[in-house]
Structure formats: structure tokens, C-alpha cells
Ligand binder design. Sequence first.
Ligand code: AMP
Length: 174
Amino acid sequence: MNIEEFKSKIRNIPDFPKPGIQFKDITTALKDPECLRWMKDSIVKIYRGRGITQVVGLESRGFIIAPAVAIELGAGFVPERKPGKLPADVISVAYNKEYGTDTMQIHRDALSADDVVLIHDDLLATGGTVAAAIKLVKSTGVKKVYVNFLIELEDLHGRDLIDSDVEISSLIKL
Ligand code: AMP
């Protein structure tokens, strides 16, 4: 598996979930065993040795690869979820998406000042989702924050919304 092969595994669905959106469907990459392993290995390669203690996955497609990456890095996994899903005391942030607005939460005790955090999501579009996630994670006082995506939609300039002290990686740019 290489970057070009991975690109070929991403299925484009025009006008989903609403007209004008070119939805990048990763299920076609996930169902390929070699590709599934390649995605996990590629992320682990970037972050090994950086002292990551927690991988924060963004609901819901960020939950798929993040725990596998966390296990290999010897880190924990923290779910960032939509409102009403987490059972204990939460902290929240509201944000704009490419299609609509939303709120995300983590448990108040999920992260601490000793943590080095890798935030993972499947795709960077306008950047609103990850910018909000960074704000939420930083509000817990963690030491350092990294962000990773499987796919970055370059034309939408989502990077511009990401704080300059946060290192960004994406496996492919479309
Ligand atoms: P944004 O906040 O605009 O960067 O949107 C990123 C979030 O929305 C990620 O969680 C993606 O899963 C989802 N998303 C946005 N646009 C797309 C797209 N064109 N294809 C697939 N997922 C998308």
C-alpha cells in the first residue's frame, strides 16, 4: 500500500449529505485489510517517540483508527462526543461544520496537565471541527497538542483555523 493506492481506495459520493458536498467515503479503504493496517501504521510512524499519552478521537469517524494508533503508541484513547452521549461531568465547545453547526464534549477528567495529546479525525474540511476540538483539549491545560487526519481537503484551507503551535499531519491531500 502507498499513498496513491490509498487515494484510489477513497470513494467520492457527490451531493451527500446535501447538494454541493463531495463526501469522501472512507469505508472503501477501511474494508481493505492491507489499507486498514497501512492507515494505522502510517500514523504511528509519524508520532512514535513524541511522548503522546492520549489520542483523542472525534465522533464518529475519528473513533475508527484512533484506538489502534493509541495502543501502538502506548497511549490511552479519549472519545470526544456529541452532546448527551458521555455519562459523567463534561466540558463542551460549539463549532461550525461544512454542513451545519454542532457541539462536542469530553469528560471533564479525561485529560490532565501531564498529557501530550494527538487529536485524530478522518478528514479536515473547513477546519471548524478540529479548531473546536483543539480549544476544548487546550482548556484542560495539556502540555502539547498534535492533530492528524487521514484526508485533508486542501481547497477549503482548514489549516488556516488551526493554532500555529499545533503540528498538523494528513496522510493524503485531495
Ligand atoms: P470541518 O469542520 O469543515 O473541517 O469538517 C470536518 C468534519 O466533517 C470531519 O469530522 C469529517 O468527517 C466531516 N466532513 C466534512 N466534510 C466532509 C467531506 N467532504 N467528506 C467526508 N467527511 C466530511
